[in-house]
Design a protein around this ligand. Structure first.
Ligand SMILES: [Ca+2]
Length: 376
């Protein structure tokens, strides 16, 4: 069933003319980007790539060829997208720079505002999926500033540009483009109307199309998982995602640590999956600031903080956050932003004293101190 595919599309120029014009524009823009070694800029889309992809969709997914051909005439190659993905904040910045970019008083206040406004939804999602409210808040804040900035690129332009013009990850983005077209058909969306980040991440929680299809939830039960406009659907979808990736409610995420001796570096790893026991970490010279259960699995992490190197022990729940975005800086920022918003909520409540304290993982004094120490 092809429903929305033909809706809202204006007739385009022939692809050949369009590509020729685009190639000229790209050639012109390439002169400004010499030195970035991005040869794909001067090529744009190749018609054989698009034709091959259309053949695949017609053969494997039963799409209508004329509908796809019509849509692809409207798709635009965006050199800016290739530039952006080539230098993401996660690879370009130190922890301290990254942290300052994403965690500040304004964002914490926005988090408090979002939490108060959506308290019922957060309570319900937390109970349904066994995921702490603070981590949902952290993800919403880092991803889009609680929905304020969910990206201005058309998803189909982003995924096509990267699928056909960014060889390093072309396979991944072509698969996401396919998922995107399938989900547009399933949901009755016009694929040319949906917007997202430069990488094709969509809506308030920035789900890739495959994640939308697997984990998006119609949490407000109005008949559609609308992660662009419904905070309830965004919150429920994040909780569902974390649940399905192994979040263990009530367990620690990360703890600042001191190291001593010569053997501690044996615990450091680029892989966020924690594999060592607390006892092993202790024997290698790690001393956690939080009390960790003996059964916890840990991994050592070194970050460049404001006052030099910070050492952290990260646990399973930290690993789960990296399933959302595979970056230690990202996961640490989500954890710390969520905790800081939660602490501010609790501080507000203890001042007003008209509401009981949050039942969701009240911050222990020890945890608060850990955060205060990392924040100064
Ligand atoms: Ca909904």
């Amino acid at each position: 069933m092809i429903r929305s595919f033909l809706l809202g599309l204006t007739p385009g120029k022939s692809r050949a003319r369009r590509i020729t014009k685009k190639a000229a524009l790209l050639a012109a823009s390439a002169s400004f980007t010499i030195g970035l070694s991005l040869p794909v800029h001067s090529e744009g889309f190749k018609s054989e790539d698009i034709d091959g992809f259309i053949n695949e969709l017609v053969r494997d997914e039963g799409f209508s060829r004329p509908a796809l051909e019509k849509m692809f005439k409207e798709v635009e190659f965006k050199p800016r997208i290739v530039e952006l993905i080539s230098r993401p904040a996660e690879r370009r910045l130190t922890w301290w720079e990254y942290r300052n970019l994403f965690i500040n008083d304004l964002r914490i206040d926005q988090g408090v505002e979002f939490w108060k406004k959506n308290k019922g939804i957060l309570d319900q999602a937390s109970k349904t999926y066994g995921v702490s409210q603070s981590v949902i808040i952290g993800i919403l804040g880092i991803e889009t500033g609680f929905g304020r900035n969910s990206g201005g690129f058309r998803v189909v332009d982003a995924l096509s540009t990267l699928g056909f013009g960014y060889p390093r990850r072309a396979t991944f983005f072509r698969k996401e483009l396919k998922e995107f077209l399938v989900l547009s058909r399933e949901q009755g969306f016009d694929p040319l109307s949906l917007t997202g980040s430069y990488a094709g991440a969509m809506g308030i929680p920035q789900f890739m199309p495959s994640s939308y299809r697997a984990y998006a939830i119609d949490f407000d039960k109005d008949g559609q998982a609308d992660i662009w406009k419904s905070p309830a659907d965004a919150v429920g979808s994040i909780a569902s995602y974390l649940n399905r990736h192994g979040w263990i409610e009530g367990k620690p995420v990360a703890s600042r640590a001191h190291v001593q001796g010569q053997k501690y570096s044996a615990l450091l790893s680029d892989n966020p999956r924690p594999t060592r026991s607390v006892n092993e970490a202790r024997n290698l010279g790690w001393k956690s600031q939080q009390v960790l259960p003996d059964s916890a699995r840990v991994r050592g992490l070194k970050l460049d903080g404001k006052n030099g190197v910070e050492h952290w022990l990260t646990m399973t729940n930290f690993y789960v956050i990296t399933r959302y975005n595979k970056s230690d800086l990202y996961a640490m920022a989500v954890y710390q932003l969520g905790r800081q918003v939660e602490q501010k909520m609790q501080a507000n409540q203890s001042i007003s004293k008209d509401q009981p304290a949050s039942k969701d993982q009240p911050a222990s004094k020890e945890q608060s101190q850990t955060l205060v120490q990392t924040d100064t």
